[in-house]
Design a protein around this ligand. Sequence first.
Ligand code: ADP
Ligand code: MG
Length: 714
Amino acid sequence: MTDLNIRDITYCKNVGAKRADILRHELHAETAMDLLRHYPFRYTDRSRMYHIADIADEDTAVQIRGRLLEWHTIGVGKGQRLSAQFSDGYHVVELVWFRGISYLKLDKNREYLLFGKPSRFNHTWNFVHPELTPWEKVTKEMTEGLEPEYPTTERMKQSGLNSRAFRAITAALMPDLKQGVQDTLGGDVLKRYHLMNLTDALLNVHFPPDTRHMQAARERLKFEELFYIQLDLLRQMKRREQKAGYPMPKVGHRFHTFYREYLPFPLTNAQKRVIREIHADMQSGKQMNRLLQGDVGSGKTLVALMCALLAADNGYQTCIMAPTEILAQQHYETLRQLLRAGTADEEGTLWDSGKPPLMRIALLTGSTTKKRREELHRHLEDGAIDLLIGTHALLEDNVQFANLGLCIVDEQHRFGVAQRAKLWNKNIRAPHVLVMTATPIPRTLAMTVYGDLRISIIDELPPGRKPVHTLHYTITRRASINRFIREQVDKGRQIYVVYPLIKENEKLDLRDLQNGYNELIETFPEYRISMVHGQMRPADKDEQMRRFQAGETQILVATTVIEVGVNVPNASVMIIENAERFGLSQLHQLRGRVGRGAEQSYCILLTNLEISSETRKRMEVMVATNDGFKIAEMDLQLRGPGDMKGTLQSGQAFDLHIANLSTDGQILERARQAAEEVLCNDPLLESDWNRLYKRRLDVLRFAGQTPVNWEEIS
Ligand code: ADP
Ligand code: MG
């Protein structure tokens, strides 16, 4: 017997050269073990015998004992099919075959076991290409235990590699598997966490005798999958933490002066706590890698500024990177006001020297002019700029700092990990990194996607915030919404109207936006209305935003460019058009644009009359709660973790094959704990007793099944 770990799939029973090619291509399967690692996604209970009258839905495969009444072929050539009537003695169903008709040997005098998935057709149940086994040939295995169903791709199906064929392949591997395979978890871990060994887990995940065995097998495999991801992330974290970081022990003049004389309001306790956590990292002598999570409006910008002041007190520069031009601009304005530093106007000097600024700050974006850019570059290199705020433009190679000590990445889910890495390559020694995100992430996701970062959470909003009142309306209520708009504007408030943007068809989206804009102009001729969208020239966009921010316009019609970070405290109404086209976290982000002033704020979700039940759920969640973490949990539950990559776009390159982050939180916690224990006295897996883990990790990383650390690569 060859080791299943090295046996080429070509030489596995029921595979062969042609199928091997497909399996290599579709499942990246090279060895018999890879096939065994292709887990079933569902099981059919074969111990249950159905009557035709019991068939309830189209999703569950059923098996029925009965006889064929009659059959006939219909049509000729390619369109030919065979239709047969099958009865359990009480009712009749239709069986249909389109292919392989000449191979079928049907017999009226025999009893059969019918197995397949029913579909509803012309008020009767109908089975396409069912399995039909003469009753005397039915084996014990066929009618007991749980039968696995395997995920297959379109290409696999086209070559006959359907679930049934795959079952035959795995079944043929079982005798060899029973001889035992080398485990991928150590005996101590298996024992401490009460896990099945690998051999049993693989046997039972494919052909479990009952649900209990199936669950124990799946739990072990989920644990293993999550364990290795955690092991990898934690090892990366520990490796980084062994690297020297810029020591910033001082709390100096700038921080103290700001705290005592500039701060417009007392910090919340949560803000104080996270500043302490961050500062502890900054003075540790190790490089900081921290994620700052906080709901929209929780005051992350201020935290960022105070960290920059700490860096400046220690003689280091800071950069803050924002995902959009509007946001960078706004951060710049906000921070300048907070610092009461001089201006950095387009033409003149970098900053006004009238009053000694606490920090000298500058803005660098894609639309910064060449002349000014050169000036900025010079002052970054001679250290005259303490804090640089910008967009992706910061990543360009010719942006060099004198002594960059702290990188703050705002709303980082818009940035790839690779881009993050580019930032720290600007120095010989990596600067401290603080990643800020306003997308609350469920704990399980955070532990997986940001598992290599320490996490700080601002779980408290500044005092005096009134929760945003959220309503769900259908478009049939437009008249009353218009009345509401008028009422609010007459009270002096401002209003956002947001349209979804779907990348595939920007023209159509813009038409929606333009129509909405025109309608508003018609309905409210007395108001001034701004419009912002991604296709505008940056200068026009800025001008429109500026007018709204300054209160010169009452309504801002926009696509989701305003989603992140825009701050206009006087805006108290957020109307979201086609709300069905937004995900929960996006809706929550948008809602976060209002509720920033003293007035009661409203968020109106507008949808069509006809919406799916999933959409209805989403709207209900939005109406029921303002808590970003709750919404994030619901989002994960509703959409399932399959979509998580879309939400996070973090660039972490790994997939989960069996674990499910929305349901396996407990397994994840235990797997992380186990990984911590393994690394406890051997953070880099260098010792003999951890050789098993180091080797396995190397294999998984090579196969792209654990996160890739871009720092190490770039
Ligand atoms: P976010 O976390 O979404 O980035 P911001 O930093 O934009 O939030 O802060 C939202 C608003 O709350 C800003 O207007 C800011 O000035 C204000 N703010 C921040 N911290 C406090 C505080 N401790 N007390 C009162 N208001 C605060
Ligand atoms: Mg913010």
